[in-house]
Design a protein around this ligand. Structure first.
Ligand code: UD1
Length: 434
């Protein structure tokens, strides 16, 4: 087992390159299954979520070649319908995109219910509603999703989403791309990775219009052809380094970003007194060591992203004054607060609202990464704390941050990965004692 060990108190300084967007990549990899040709994909983030999806594609018969660090080629010409490795599917949220992609390519799909971070109940009813509207029969049984297009192909339809859902919007786009006729998705999500998926598919011959607005039109095509595509930079990875720079009172140039995608994060950081300067494809963040309070409500794009909420929570523990964070997307996304409390933070949580009293002088402690972004938040707290912070369960963090430790070390952070012995669980201990 591995953990992060951080000796805090050093302001981050220097430059960091942002990798390709995780949430675009995890939809684009399943989308490559639908392409009758070779897709060359650049700016692919090297993280465990993309590794798992590429392994799943290989099991289905796709040929995956690493061209260089972040460029891969996927050849799906010889894929056949078969069971994908269910133990891998269960580990990631984005395995739900295999429903849309496999239905599109084969007219049927069998997947597990998706895994991913636990923020309370995360249903997929809107995905199912969309697939049903396109003519698929879907059954969820014993943790599996069975999907079938009775005549082998889906048919375009008008779908109104009851909830703004990133996953459902993208899954319906995938399913509708090779369907007959026109699909209209209303009340669609507008995140940058939705636009990126549509751009990827269009560059391979799809006809998708309106991505980035709340009405998306997909004119089904018979076939997709191979091509080249470069994934957009990761909004949340960039935002995490922005917050880390501000929280530590450092100065960091964050490169290879689309500043427009960071507007909501830049605006909140400016409210805290942080200087954020935007250039063509980079942002410079200068912390002043004297943070002001800010209130945040997470919302679908272009609102403040829920995936940046924990990192801002870590920062607001140390701001002057009382800040309120309202979580607008998930029922249970404040589990990281318990870990921050172990480091001296003063935070009260009531349902979807957390009140950060601020002015905390954080001190290092043994803590856990409870999920991907919670883990990033705890790393930020550790970078600011006096003394040593040890973070376990770092596999969550490695799902979504490429070379997190290497990039932070290059910015001057004192962080390392340390091996520690795997503790037998309580059941094994009892057996050992008995
Ligand atoms: C995606 C992101 C995740 C991010 C989230 C919101 C990926 C792989 N993950 O997750 O990092 O936190 O968007 O920006 O891209 N909902 C339903 N029924 C559904 C679908 C969703 O009730 O069928 C609810 C969810 O429980 C949640 C809200 O709608 O409360 C938004 O979820 P959604 O946008 O679908 O998030 P994900 O696609 O799971």
């Amino acid at each position: 087992m591995e953990k992060y060990v951080i000796k805090g108190g050093k302001p981050l300084q220097g430059e960091v390159d942002i990798s390709g967007a995780k949430n675009a990549a995890v939809a684009i990899i399943p989308a490559a299954l639908m392409v009758d040709g070779v897709c060359r994909i650049e700016n692919m983030p090297q993280i465990s979520d993309t590794d798992m999806l590429l392994t799943i594609l290989t099991h289905l018969g796709a040929e995956v070649k690493l061209i260089n660090g972040s460029t891969i080629e996927i050849d799906s010409r010889n894929v056949k319908f078969s069971d994908a490795p269910f133990d891998l599917m269960r580990k990631i949220r984005a395995s739900y995109y295999l429903i849309g992609a496999m239905l599109s390519r084969f007219g049927s799909a069998k997947t597990t219910m998706p895994g991913g971070c636990n923020f309370g109940v995360r249903p997929i009813d809107q995905h199912i509603k969309g697939m049903n509207a396109l003519g698929a029969d879907i059954e969820v049984r014993n943790g599996f999703v069975y999907a079938e297009a009775p005549d082998g192909r889906l048919h375009g339809a008008k779908i109104y989403l009851d909830k703004v859902s990133v996953g459902a919007t993208m899954n319906i786009i995938l399913a509708a791309t090779l369907a007959t006729g026109r699909t209209i998705i209303e009340n669609a999500a507008r995140e940058p990775h939705i636009v990126d998926l549509a751009n990827f598919l269009n560059s391979m011959g799809a006809d998708i219009r309106g991505a980035g607005t709340d009405t998306i039109k997909v004119n089904g095509v018979d076939k997709l052809h191979g091509g080249s595509y470069s994934i957009i930079p990761d909004q949340i990875e960039a935002g995490t380094y922005m917050v880390a720079a501000a929280a530590t009172g450092g100065e960091v140039l964050i490169k290879n970003v689309i500043p427009k995608h960071l507007d909501c994060i830049s605006a909140k950081l400016r409210e805290t007194g942080t200087i954020v300067l935007e250039y063509e494809d980079s942002v410079l963040v200068k912390g002043n060591g004297n943070l002001r309070k800010a209130n945040i409500k997470t919302l679908p794009y272009p609102g403040f992203p829920t995936d940046m909420q924990p990192q801002m929570g870590a920062l607001l523990c140390m701001a002057n004054g009382t800040s309120v964070i309202t979580e607008g997307i998930y029922d249970n996304r404040f589990k990281y607060v318990n870990e921050l409390r172990k480091m001296g933070a003063d935070v009260q949580v009531d349902g979807r609202i957390a009140i950060f009293e601020g002015r905390a002088k954080l001190t290092g402690a043994p803590v856990m990464a409870c999920d991907l972004r919670a883990g990033a938040a705890i790393v930020i707290a550790g970078l600011c704390a006096s003394g040593t912070t040890e973070i376990e369960d770092i596999h969550f963090i490695e799902r979504g941050y490429e070379n997190f430790v290497g990039k932070l070390r290059a910015l001057g952070a004192d962080i390392s990965i340390v091996d520690f012995p795997d503790e037998p669980d309580i059941h094994e201990k009892v057996i050992a004692i008995g």
